[in-house]
Design a protein around this ligand. Structure first.
Ligand code: SF4
Ligand code: SF4
Length: 90
């Protein structure tokens, strides 16, 4: 007769990794934007939303530059959030 006792093993709890913060952001020049919605359609992460008179920019840009590439009016630009490593504060 075996009298082994089973010891309860706590499941491994890994800390949830925080969501990666976007390193890029898009900016739209409203003077140039015709609200055609092309950038909205090409954005792979739905970072842009078309409204009746403007495009809403969210905070999940991955920096792919598809919006820049396809905007017929060069109204949208993509920028890095972090300062460049060459910045030395004149
Ligand atoms: S593609 Fe260019 S002009 Fe069209 S909505 Fe986007 S930013 Fe505006
Ligand atoms: S760079 Fe890419 S992810 Fe960012 S807004 Fe433009 S299409 Fe969307």
């Amino acid at each position: 007769m075996s009298s082994e006792t089973q010891t309860a093993v706590a499941p491994e709890t890994k800390p949830a990794s925080p969501p990666a913060k976007p390193k890029h952001f898009a900016r739209i020049d409203r003077k140039l934007c015709k609200v055609c919605g092309i950038c909205v359609k090409f954005c792979p992460v739905a970072n842009l939303t078309l409204r009746t008179d403007h495009v809403v920019i969210h905070d999940k840009c991955i920096g792919c530059r598809q919006c820049e590439r396809y905007c017929p009016d060069m109204a949208i630009s993509v920028h890095a959030k972090e300062p460049s490593a060459t910045a030395s504060g004149q």
